[in-house]
Design a protein. Structure first.
Length: 61
């Protein structure tokens, strides 16, 4: 399992969410990240999901 980081920001840069979670691979991590964004209604907020290899998997500004 790898550790991924999902971060959500306000327009002024304030963090709304900074959460680490584990997934088997990048595809699973993207699915988990999208579910978390939808659940918390953050899908339209500025957000990013980063892999342990520093790959940007999800991004919205």
């Amino acid at each position: 399992m790898k550790t991924y980081v999902l971060t959500v920001y306000e327009k002024d840069g304030k963090k709304l969410l900074d959460e680490k979670f584990e997934a088997k691979n990048d595809l699973e991590a993207k699915e988990i990240g999208q579910e978390k964004l939808e659940k918390e209604d953050y899908h339209e907020q500025t957000h990013r999901l980063v892999s342990p290899d520093a790959k940007l998997l999800l991004f919205h500004s």
